[in-house]
Design a protein around this ligand. Structure first.
Ligand SMILES: [Zn+2]
Length: 383
């Protein structure tokens, strides 16, 4: 009887606890929005479980005291997915994810998980977890795995079975991190609408790209009620912007811009000074362009302090209430931000073992310098 009673208590108590946790997350989000008019965001590659203490130190001892108030954690397939264990994801588990969220919240930082959708499904010859397990989703299966010309593989935007799996993964990350927003990546997509894909050939690339954005939006914003962020390079016309084919699109995907919802937050990344781009644009024209189109914009910088300052200045010119702030990206800085912690704390790098380590240390120093310069240019936190 006792056991039955206990079971009954558990059955009734669980939804209450779940609801309490959910409402405390919602309350925290509302408080964060009220207190943070300007985003000072950092993009971090998710740590492994064993590097989690280091990442907590980075957040508590360095990033929060500097004034960072958003942490975009790039998880991708580096997570122990319970919904799809066949992907054999390694990284944080659900408990550790929540720990990271809790540490962020204790320091006033909003955590937003990131999962690369559509593009970046391989790194060169090495497919990511999804295409390793489900090669039928590959947009270009006819290109051999060891082809040197391939940058990153993509999933087929027209495959009817892809979203069933992807939505499960996104749901799991939202729940694990108790997130109120999700970043879906979608940068540097080049292979979309491949002429050999039986489902995509002959279709308009702008239409294909918009289809994926709208389907993700329908699930994340429509069904889950969270905000959606994405890298915005594919929505910019390379011919009009002058950034070249990486930070803007030469595939026709830019035609999707008027076919996607305006409540998506556009992470507009530009890591160089304007005169360093092929078309030598006048400043960073996309920053204003997105606002004029009705989107909220979060301009993103990387490892060049002078470019970070220039981007912050550009973000002020003609800024509307759709200008959110600044995002410092942490590319090539290692999972969990170990290099950045060293660079920001004491700059003390052990004698680098090889050329790769020297490069990593230089990148970490560059990121640290860009954060310091960008925050200084931004000035004191607006409340
Ligand atoms: Zn296709």
């Amino acid at each position: 009887m006792k056991r039955v009673l206990l079971a009954a208590v558990c059955v009734f108590a669980l939804p209450i606890f779940a609801a309490a946790a959910e409402s405390s997350g919602t309350a925290w989000s509302q408080k964060w929005r009220a207190e943070n008019r300007q985003w000072r965001a950092y993009h971090l590659t998710s740590p492994s479980g064993e590097k989690l203490p280091l990442t907590k130190t980075l957040i508590a001892d360095v990033l929060a005291p500097m004034g960072i108030n958003v942490l975009i954690v790039e998880v991708d397939y580096g997570f122990e997915f319970v919904s799809h264990p066949e992907l054999e994801g390694r990284g944080l588990n659900k408990r550790q994810a929540r720990e990271l969220t809790d540490v962020c919240r204790q320091h006033g930082i909003r955590l937003i998980p990131l999962m690369n959708c559509l593009g970046h499904q391989s790194w060169g010859a090495r497919p990511g977890a999804l295409l390793r397990k489900y090669p039928q989703f590959d947009e270009t299966p006819h290109i051999p795995l060891d082809d040197k010309k391939i940058y990153c593989r993509e999933w087929c935007p027209s495959h009817p079975d892809i979203h069933k799996i992807v939505f499960d993964l996104l749901d799991e990350l939202i729940d694990a991190f108790d997130a109120d927003a999700m970043h879906v990546g979608m940068d540097e997509v080049f292979l979309i609408g491949d002429k050999h894909c039986p489902r995509c050939k002959g279709k308009d690339v702008g239409e294909l790209f918009a289809k994926v954005v709208n389907e993700l939006h329908g699930h994340l914003v429509g069904k889950r009620g969270v905000e959606m962020l994405m890298w915005s390079d594919r929505l910019l016309d390379a011919a009009a912007m002058g950034y070249g084919k990486w930070e803007s699109s030469a595939t026709g995907s830019h035609r999707a811009i008027d076919r996607v919802p305006k409540d998506i937050i556009m992470c507009d990344w530009h890591y160089e000074l304007p005169h360093q781009y092929p078309g030598k644009p006048n400043g960073y024209p996309s920053v204003r362009f997105f606002q004029e189109k009705g989107f909220r914009v979060l301009p993103a910088t990387w490892r060049k302090p002078e470019a970070a300052v220039a981007l912050v200045r550009a973000s002020r010119e003609g800024a509307t209430d759709k200008m959110l702030g600044i995002l410092f990206t942490g590319w090539s800085n290692g999972p969990g931000g170990e290099g950045l912690l060293r660079a920001l704390r004491d700059g003390d790098f052990e004698k680098a073992a090889d050329a790769k380590a020297v490069k990593r240390a230089e990148t970490a120093r560059g990121i640290a310098a860009a954060i310091k310069a960008g925050l200084k240019e931004l000035g004191p936190r607006a409340r």
